[in-house]
Design a binder for this molecule. Structure first.
Ligand code: FDP
Length: 343
């Protein structure tokens, strides 16, 4: 089926009421050599998203706020909802036969498929609940996922399956738990957004073929870190704030502090999000495999760009599971300006 939509916005009349499953099936049907194998894996991820969304919505009532007392591999306090989301995703996909190995931002080592279950050909990397520091204050948070094809061919996946560069991802996406719950994904051709109708319990196509504007008017960075910035970062941000009407400056500043929320806004409205390396943290804060790489795949598929300032995010060959990278991501022209000014 071909779409009459050429840009993001409400789904065309012909796709009204299309569920996530229907959308994936139709795309598989019209894509040469597609096997349709993603459909079930995506259903399992979407199911996890629905369960997490429902718990996020009731967090204050369901005794899900606050910390567990544990500290994760990143040295951060584990929130109750972090742990719940992590368990929910693992349980939703581990027995499905599509995934052979998982890795989570919350878990030190790769997560194997339990003995006795089929070892699938995909690797699922995920950040179960991104933006955890916003959980207790009712601000948007999200789940980010990245899917690779396994490179090991036997029934014994290894960490090498997880350490693949981002350009090899076969799909990436996120679920944002905001004023509504949305699932946004790409499998390389186009970026598509689905909104959860909680009364039906289904994700319906709401944003087909999202295209990020080539230039925006918003920058997003934690300016509280300015004391540690390198001169390039400081000069770039100063430049963004310097009035120049003919060139659309000054830019506005927006910073939620949940990557999923900041990235979702950047994807829809354009502009640039940055978490740079600085004098204190050479590689910034964000994780390559669970945050930068999946968002970079989405940004590029929507016509945008993602870089460390020196290197395309999708070209980085990971050396560690929980590796961090500086990130500049968003509108193509805004990211190009950042590269020019920060390097
Ligand atoms: P959080 O620590 O709340 O989980 O990488 C995690 C992350 O949030 C991102 O979602 C967010 O963009 C960033 O950290 C915020 O970090 P700062 O608080 O240092 O700005």
């Amino acid at each position: 089926m071909t779409s009459t939509n050429t840009s993001w916005g409400p789904a065309g009349a012909d796709q009204h009421g299309w569920t996530l499953e229907r959308h994936i099936v139709e795309r598989m049907r019209t894509t040469p050599h597609a096997t349709g194998e993603f459909t079930q894996l995506f259903q399992q991820i979407a199911l996890a998203g629905k369960i997490i969304a429902s718990r996020v919505n009731q967090a204050g009532l369901a005794g899900m706020l606050g910390v567990t007392g544990a500290v994760n591999v990143q040295g951060e306090q584990v929130q109750r909802l972090d742990e719940f989301a992590n368990r929910t995703i693992i349980r939703s996909v581990e027995a499905g036969g599509h995934v052979g190995l998982m890795a989570s931002e919350e878990v030190d080592d790769p997560i194997p498929i339990p003995p006795g279950y089929p070892v699938g050909k995909y690797v699922l990397l995920f950040d179960p609940l991104d933006g955890s520091s916003n959980i207790d204050v009712n601000v948007s948070i999200g789940t980010i996922f990245s899917i690779h094809r396994r490179i090991t061919t036997d029934n014994k996946p290894t960490i090498a399956d997880c350490l693949q560069p981002g350009y090899k991802q076969v799909a990436a996406g996120y679920i944002i738990y905001g004023s509504s719950t949305m699932l946004v994904y790409t499998s390389g051709e186009g970026v598509h957004g689905f909104t959860l109708d909680p009364s039906v319990g289904e994700f319906f196509l709401s944003h087909e073929n999202i295209r990020i504007p080539s230039r925006g008017s918003i920058y997003s960075i934690n300016e509280g870190n300015e004391a540690n910035w390198h001169d390039g970062t400081r000069n770039w941000v100063k430049w963004l704030k310097t009035p120049d009407k003919a060139n659309g400056r000054p830019y506005s500043q927006r910073y939620v502090g949940s990557l999923v929320a900041d990235f979702h806004r950047t994807l829809l409205k354009g502009g640039v999000f940055a978490y740079p390396g600085d004098k204190k943290n050479k590689n910034g804060k964000l994780r390559l495999l669970y945050e930068a790489s999946p968002c970079a795949m989405i940004a590029e598929a929507a016509g945008g760009a993602a870089t460390t300032g020196h290197e395309r995010i999708l070209d980085i060959v990971p050396t560690e599971l929980h590796q961090r990278v500086p990130l500049y991501i968003g509108s193509h022209d805004d990211v190009a300006d950042a590269i020019e000014m920060v390097t």
